[in-house]
Design a binder for this molecule. Structure first.
Ligand code: KG4
Ligand code: ZN
Length: 326
């Protein structure tokens, strides 16, 4: 079964064709980062207008990249949330229009669930039960997944998401937008041991907290004029990685999971990937960086497994900007 995935939840217009939920036939992503970077963050109205311009050409590229005609597509999967309402609306309406014109079934997909399914697109298939850490711009969720579509939330951030903390600290350090890759790059040339930063362990829970760390960075920078941004970036990244890895490994061993899965934009961070792999006694599955950040291949994969479970959407499908998972 070939599924066309469409993803427009934030600032990437993406389309992909995936066979049987696991085999990538094409994966096309148009980033709007250059347009939003001059504002220091995503401007929602600008994002939806860009999606309108990019959606059809990107879908056409995904189809030709997969050497697929419409007769080769069996279903459409589209992100319905969480995300920016205006951006999501573009994807959902394009998906419905194609579904109507071509007589195809379609399914609305939760973007957070889709991030998890990036783990089904490469390498060996994950073995349940897994403990999955989703770290993106808006979420830091630790979940136990016992089977397809079976989620139990263990913990989540009580304030800033991990990606949000990267973005805010990058701004404090004047490293630009998006913050995650900028901090990772700066940290390569820094010494994280020069300015130790705190870790919020929230012992006895699987929850996270990053706003205190962000405030500690702010004070450190304000009180030490001329401090090297690279050293602060390295120390900040060490603190975030330490907490994410320790709490994920603790939960996975405690719950006797078979594997640890990582996903979401922050999972493209090499320091996090290395530390998780080094410190986990269980096998760690993490998608390649291009499948960690927003893409439509994960949407197509997730949609495939929902369709396999007997689900589909109707014409009343709508966007759900605040959608949650479990
Ligand atoms: O999953 P994603 O692409 O979009 C959302 O669903 O939010 O995640 C975007 C977030 C941003 O906060 C970005 O700064 C962060 O992921 N990010 C990174 C890296 N690449 C992206 N954070 C740390 N290191 C990176 N290399
Ligand atoms: Zn995302």
């Amino acid at each position: 079964m070939n599924v066309l995935g469409i993803e427009t939840s934030c600032d990437e217009t993406a389309a992909a064709v995936v066979r049987d939920g696991t085999y990538l036939l094409s994966n096309v992503i148009a980033s709007q980062v250059d347009i939003h970077s001059r504002y220091g963050g995503v401007v929602p109205e600008v994002a939806s207008r860009q999606h309108l311009l990019a959606a059809i050409p990107i879908i056409q590229q995904a189809m030709s990249g997969a050497s697929a005609g419409w007769g080769d597509v069996d279903a459409i999967a589209v992100t319905i949330g969480p995300g920016l309402a205006g951006s999501l609306l573009v994807g959902v309406n394009v998906a419905k229009a194609i579904a109507l014109a071509r007589g195809l079934p379609f399914i609305g997909v939760n973007h957070l669930e889709a991030h998890i399914y990036a783990n089904w697109l490469e390498g060996e298939q994950p073995q349940f039960p897994v403990v999955c850490l989703t770290v993106s711009g808006g979420h830091t969720d630790l979940m136990l997944m016992k089977g397809h579509g079976e989620y139990h939330t263990l913990g989540r951030t009580r304030d800033d998401a991990a990606g949000e903390a990267f973005d805010k600290v990058a701004r404090i350090l004047g490293l630009g937008y998006p913050g995650g890759p900028a901090i990772e790059q700066a940290a390569l040339g820094g010494d994280g041991s020069l300015h130790p930063l705190p870790r919020a362990w929230l012992k006895g829970t699987d929850d996270f907290s990053f706003s205190g760390l962000k405030t500690a960075v702010l004070h450190l920078v304000q009180e030490n004029e001329g401090i090297a941004a690279a050293d602060v970036a390295a120390s900040f990244q060490e603190s975030v990685v330490d907490v994410l890895v320790a709490k994920t490994v603790d939960a996975a061993t405690r719950l006797q999971a078979r594997q640890v899965l990582l996903c979401g934009g922050v999972a493209s961070n090499q320091a996090l990937r290395h530390a998780m792999t080094e410190r986990s006694p269980l096998p760690v599955h993490v998608p390649s960086p291009l499948l960690c950040t927003d893409n439509a291949a994960m949407t197509a994969s997730c949609g495939y497994f929902r369709i396999q479970a007997g689900e589909s959407s109707g014409w009343d499908l709508d966007v759900e900007p605040n959608l949650r998972l479990a």
